[in-house]
Every structure is written in C-alpha cells, then in structure tokens.
Write a protein that binds this ligand. Sequence first.
Ligand code: NAP
Length: 432
Amino acid sequence: MAVANGGNTRSDAKFDIDGATGTLMAYAELGRELGERTLLVDGEPFDIAGSRLQGWHVLSPRHGVAVHIGAYNFPAWGWAEKAATALLAGMPVLTKPATATSLLSWHTVKLVVEANILPPGALGLLCGSAGDLLDHLEWQDVVAFTGSSDTARSIRGRERLLDQAVRVNVEADSLNAALLLPGASDSAFDAYIRDVHRDMTQKTGQKCTAIRRVIVPDSDVPRVREALSERLSRVCVGNPASDGVDMGPVATAAQRTSVREGVQKLLAQVRVAWGDPDKVEPVGAPEGKGFFVPPLLLEADDALAATSVHAQEVFGPVATLLPYTGSAAGAASVVRAGEGGLVCSVYGDERRLLGELIALLAPWHGRLVVVDGKVADKSIAPGSVLPNLVHGGPGRAGGGEELGGPRGMALYQQRTAVQGNGPLIGRLIGAS
Ligand code: NAP
C-alpha cells in the first residue's frame, strides 16, 4: 500500500511502518513497567518547613481528547508515535492524517482497532479535511500537530484554541545540519558521507529530520563533494515497485512542484555541485506516471551569505554543501543560521571541539547526534527518530517536544503540586 499510494520503495515503507510498530512496542513496554496506576509521581518530595510538611508533584491524565494532525510523509509512524504517548498517558486519541497518503494510515489504524487491544473509542481516525474540528476543542483537550510551519502558524493562532488555552504541540520543518569537523578519522568521515547520502535519498528526502545542510571545513569541500557525487551517481531512481530501484518519486504532484520551486529559489544563491535539476530518467516507470525528482547536491562559496539555504526547506532529495573555516564557534554560527532544528549531527574525533559544540548547539536543537570514530560503524543516521529520545526542536522546528520515553506523556498530563503531610501524601499517591 505504501509503495502504490506513497511512492515508497519497500525499504522506505519499512522505515515508516517498522517505525510505527517499534514505537508502539517501546511504549507498550513502558506501560508494563508503569502498571495500572493513573497518577504518576514526579520526582522526590520537597521539604517545606521541616518535620512532616512536604510538597510532592503528581501527573494525571487530562480529561479531554488528544487531537493529532499528521504530515503526509509518515502515514504510519506519524499517527503511531503520537498515539503511543497519549494513550499511555491516559487520553483517548482522534488522529487526522494528511489526506494525500491517508490510505496507509487508515489501514494501519484498522489493524490496531481490529486487534481489539484498546477500549472502544480510545482511538479514532478522521480522514480528509479537519473542517471545523479545532473550533470545538476545550481546555482539557490537546492538539499535537506535525506539518509545515505555515499550517502550524494558522493552528497556533486559532482563536478557539487561544481562548480555551488548549495545549498545542508543534513539530514543524527544520533545515537539519550535518557538521564535519577538521581532522575527522576515516571512519567518522565515511559515516558522514554514508549518513548524508542516506538522508538525501531515503524516502526521496521527504523526512523532517533529513540532512539539508552539509557543513564542512573549507579544505574538505573537494573530497566531500567527490565522495557524495560518487554515491549519488549510483542512485537508481524509478518505479518503487521495481527491483534495484533505490529512490522512488515524491508523493504528490503538488510536492514535486514545491521541490522544483524550492530548488529554483536556492539556485538564486548557490550552484549545482552534482546532478541536474531538470533531468530525471526514472527506471521502470510508465510514461507520465510518478512524480519524480532527481537527487541534487548544491554548493555555496559563502555559507552565511547563502541565506535561503538556512530558511527554505526543500522537501525532497536536495542538500547544500556549505564551507566553514576556523573554530567551533565559526562552525556553530553556520549551523545556528537555521534558527532552530530537530536534529544536528556532528562527525569528528577532537574531544575538546566536540564538547564545545555540544554546548554551543544544544540550545538550538531537540537532538544532537555525535559520531566519533569509535561509534561510527554502529551509529544510527540522524534521520531516524528513536522512541526513547526526545523528538522536536526550538524555533523553526516548531518549539515542540514528543517521545523521549515517559517524557512524551507530559503533554497529555497535568502536573500538580500536592503539599501537606508528606509521608501521608506519599502513601496516598502511591509513592511508598
Ligand atoms: P501540511 O501541509 O502543513 O499538512 C499537515 C497536516 O495539517 C495535514 O494533515 C493537513 O491536512 C493538516 N491541515 C492543513 N491545514 C489545516 C488546518 N487549517 N487545520 C487543521 N489541519 C490542517 O504539511 P505536509 O505537506 O503534510 O507535510 C510536510 C511538512 O511537514 C514538511 O514541512 C515537514 O518538514 C513537516 N514534517 C515535520 C515533522 C516533524 O516531526 N517535525 C515530521 C514530518 C513532516 P490535509 O492533508 O487534509 O490538508
């Protein structure tokens, strides 16, 4: 279904669907650890005035509905990762996937409903437009949105949601950077090329976490360009159902138009390093069928002057090579030009630099992937979101936070301080 409806290769489809089942499984395991309780204790008690007077914190489920709005690129993982946390936190879910690829969402939700593992009504699916759904929400409800910054802005500013102080979590777009450090070991360098290539081509670049900015020391630009070009020249674009095809089309005609327009905007400031934006010859695709775009590596001479690269998300197999010189601060200033991201990956072995960069980049990102030579062969590409680590990011990325094991449940819970007779309260809330 993902191949036919979303243009996914089998491997891209597995990334979405295995991501969904893997996340549900991780939260099911967490559910087993939490047991039957409905109040969760948050942290240790706080002594207010010596003796017995203490304050505790508890987390309880909000008494509304969790409304989930998803993007078209992850029709399975998109609803499952949100539903996993909300259901475990104790809220029923109404999920609205993006219309273009909702067939797979419908099918995967149906499998869960038919498995009869949830109370009736705990998981609802709405395919098609959201209509005026958001205008009926109340203050105990929660909205978790994934999609473009433009849609996020209109949802955030919705009068009803503002009036009712409905919690809104936003996962939006992000110009994720992969940063190569000077003097990286061969294994860190190879992992860099491997990950950039994977993120550019996996799901035809339609991943919110895909690497868009390839930031490398000045002196390494030629060898990075050469290594990526060599890899990209081997990518077979074509019918995702055919054997040997590495990259399928983007999902919709509108998406192809958006990729083409985005590339033209970037090309006003950068040049093509590898590929041809106007040429794609899909293998095994019937004439006129499939919304194909070619992989494309762009390049700028002056990383900070190429402002559109730090502002314009091209949601396809496109990335831009950006040089930097000098210190960790110099490299960080190029990364930070993206004004907030879901993930940034750093490849190198110089420990002092790595330490400086973690501190410099953390406030700008929801996740950092640090790849030194010792973990290079095992590390997971930054585009993969893991259920036990937080997903989301500040600024452009929407300012939201999801997943992260039990942390993700907080969106659906009320945190309440309970003060009084500390030992008694501890017993009442199940802390002891
Ligand atoms: P989109 O056009 O913003 O749509 C996202 C969702 O919002 C869809 O379900 C859409 O429904 C719905 N929607 C549109 N207008 C709405 C409104 N007025 N009220 C309520 N819902 C509304 O985004 P997309 O094209 O599907 O997805 C691509 C974007 O998502 C990219 O920018 C990508 O970076 C981002 N993304 C972010 C993450 C993340 O985790 N941060 C993950 C994946 C994708 P319809 O389809 O029915 O219009």
